[in-house]
Write a protein that binds this ligand. Structure first.
Ligand SMILES: [Zn+2]
Length: 399
C-alpha cells in the first residue's frame, strides 16, 4: 500500500467530500422519504464514474466499482434516512443548513450517517480515478429505513451479501465489531372485563401481568465476556379500557429485550413462554408476540419487519478484523482500537447472510440523534484515507 500516494489522493478529494456531505445534510431524508437523497446519490455516483449505479425496488441506491478481478468483494454501507429534527430552535446551527463552522460540518444526519457516506463514495471513486483499484469489487450502498426497522438492509442483504461489509455508523475512526440486538415482545394477557364495583364477576388480567413484572425483575440474563449481559426492560403497558371504573378484558405489556450475539429470538421466546406460564391465574390466558411494524418505502413498496435489530459479532481475533486494524493503523500512524457499539445497526442483516461486518466511520456516538449533530472535517479526511486503505487491503486476494 502506497501510503504517501493515498494521503495525497485524500487531500485532493477532501473538499469534494465535505461539499457532498453538506448537500446531503441540506437534503431532508426522513425514513420513507429518502427519494431526493437517493437521486442525489445516484447522480453523484454516475458523475464519479461508478461502473454500475441503480436504485432497487425498495429505494436503496447501489453503486459498484469493478475491481481488477478476483479478491474479496467489499461493501461500504450507510443509511440514507434520518430521525426527525424536532424543534429547529433547539439546534446550535439550523438542522438542514449544513453549516461548516469550528472545523466541523453541522446538521441533522451529519454523524448518522451522511458524512460517513460521502467519505465512502468519494474514497471508492478516488481509487478508480487514481488507477489504484483493488482486485475485488467495491460496492457503495445507501439504504432506506434503517432508523425504523433496518428494512432497506434486510431486503438488500438477501440479494447482495459481499465478503465484507464496512458499516458507516459512528466509530470515531476506530473499529467496532458488533453490538447487542433489540427485540420488542408484546405479552397479551386476556381475562374478563367487569364493572369495578363487582370485581369478582370478572377475571382481572392485571394480576397476571403484575406477577410477570416481578419475575422479569429477577430474570437471570445471559452474559458474554465481550458484549456484557443481555437485558430486558418492561416499557409500555396498555389496557383495553378508558374508564377507571371498569376492569380490563386485556392488557398488553411490552418488553424491550437487548440480546447478546448468540441469543436468538427462539431462545428468548422459549424462556418467556416458561415464565409467562408460571404467572397465569385461573381465567387468564397469555400470548407472546414479536412486535412487527409496517414499512412503506418511497418507491411504493410495502413490507413488514420486526421492530428492532439483530445483534451481531465479528470475533476480535478474526483475520479480517486484524487486517482492518493493521491497515488503519498503518495509514493513520496511530493505534486503532477494537470495541463494541453502544447502539444497534444494520450489521446483523448482512452477518446473517454470511458477510463479515466491521463498523468504521468518522462520526462520534455522542453526537448522533442530538441537536449538536456534527462531524469533524479532520476526521472526515482520516475516514476517506481509511476507507481507501480498507478497500485496498480487504479487496486484495490475500491480506
Ligand atoms: Zn445510524
Amino acid at each position: 500500500m502506497d501510503i504517501a500516494r493515498l494521503t495525497e489522493v485524500t487531500a485532493q478529494n477532501l473538499e469534494y467530500a465535505v461539499k457532498l456531505a453538506q448537500k446531503m445534510v441540506q437534503t431532508p431524508s426522513l425514513s420513507g422519504q429518502e427519494k431526493e437523497l437517493a437521486e442525489l446519490t445516484r447522480q453523484t455516483m454516475e458523475q464519479l464514474r461508478f461502473d454500475e449505479v441503480y436504485i432497487d425496488e425498495v429505494g436503496n441506491v447501489i453503486g459498484r466499482i469493478k475491481g481488477r478481478g478476483g479478491g474479496r468483494s467489499v461493501m461500504f454501507n450507510c443509511h440514507l434516512d434520518t430521525v426527525a429534527a424536532g424543534d429547529p430552535a433547539a439546534w446550535k446551527y439550523p438542522p438542514f443548513a449544513g453549516v461548516i463552522a469550528d472545523g466541523a460540518l453541522w446538521g441533522l444526519g451529519a454523524s448518522d450517517t451522511k458524512a460517513a457516506f460521502a467519505c465512502q463514495i468519494v474514497a471508492a471513486a478516488a481509487l478508480k480515478e487514481a488507477g489504484m483499484l483493488p482486485t475485488g469489487d467495491i460496492w457503495v450502498v445507501g439504504v432506506v429505513h434503517e432508523e425504523t426497522s433496518g428494512f432497506g438492509s434486510r431486503y438488500l442483504a438477501k440479494k447482495l451479501a459481499p465478503d465484507v461489509v464496512i458499516l458507516g455508523e459512528a466509530s470515531d475512526n476506530q473499529i467496532k465489531i458488533g453490538h447487542r440486538g433489540r427485540m420488542q415482545f408484546d405479552i397479551y394477557f386476556k381475562g374478563k372485563s367487569t364493572h369495578a364495583s363487582v370485581p369478582a364477576r370478572g377475571v382481572n388480567p392485571h394480576f397476571a401481568a403484575a406477577r410477570l413484572l416481578l419475575q422479569i425483575e429477577r430474570l437471570k440474563m445471559q452474559a458474554d465476556p465481550f458484549f456484557g449481559e443481555s437485558s430486558v426492560a418492561p416499557t409500555l403497558y396498555v389496557t383495553d379500557q378508558t374508564s377507571s371504573n371498569v376492569t380490563p378484558g386485556q392488557v398488553v405489556l411490552s418488553l424491550d429485550w437487548r440480546n447478546i450475539p448468540g441469543e436468538t429470538e427462539e431462545n428468548i421466546r422459549r424462556r418467556l413462554e416458561q415464565v409467562v406460564a408460571e404467572c397465569l391465574i385461573p381465567g387468564v390466558t397469555a400470548r407472546i408476540e414479536l412486535k412487527m411494524r409496517d414499512v412503506g418505502c418511497y418507491t411504493g413498496y410495502k413490507g413488514v419487519a420486526p421492530a428492532g435489530e439483530p445483534s451481531f459479532a465479528t470475533p476480535p481475533d478474526d483475520p479480517i478484523v486484524l487486517a482492518v486494524q493493521q491497515a488503519l493503523a498503518a495509514v493513520f500512524n496511530r493505534e486503532v482500537s477494537i470495541g463494541v457499539c453502544g447502539f444497534a445497526t444494520d450489521g446483523g442483516h448482512f452477518r446473517a447472510e454470511g458477510s463479515k461486518v466491521i463498523i468504521f466511520a468518522p462520526s462520534e456516538e455522542r453526537y448522533c440523534h442530538t441537536t449538536e449533530d456534527s462531524v469533524s472535517i479532520e476526521k472526515m479526511r482520516e475516514a476517506i484515507l481509511g476507507n481507501m486503505a480498507l478497500a485496498l487491503c480487504l479487496g486484495a486476494e490475500n491480506c
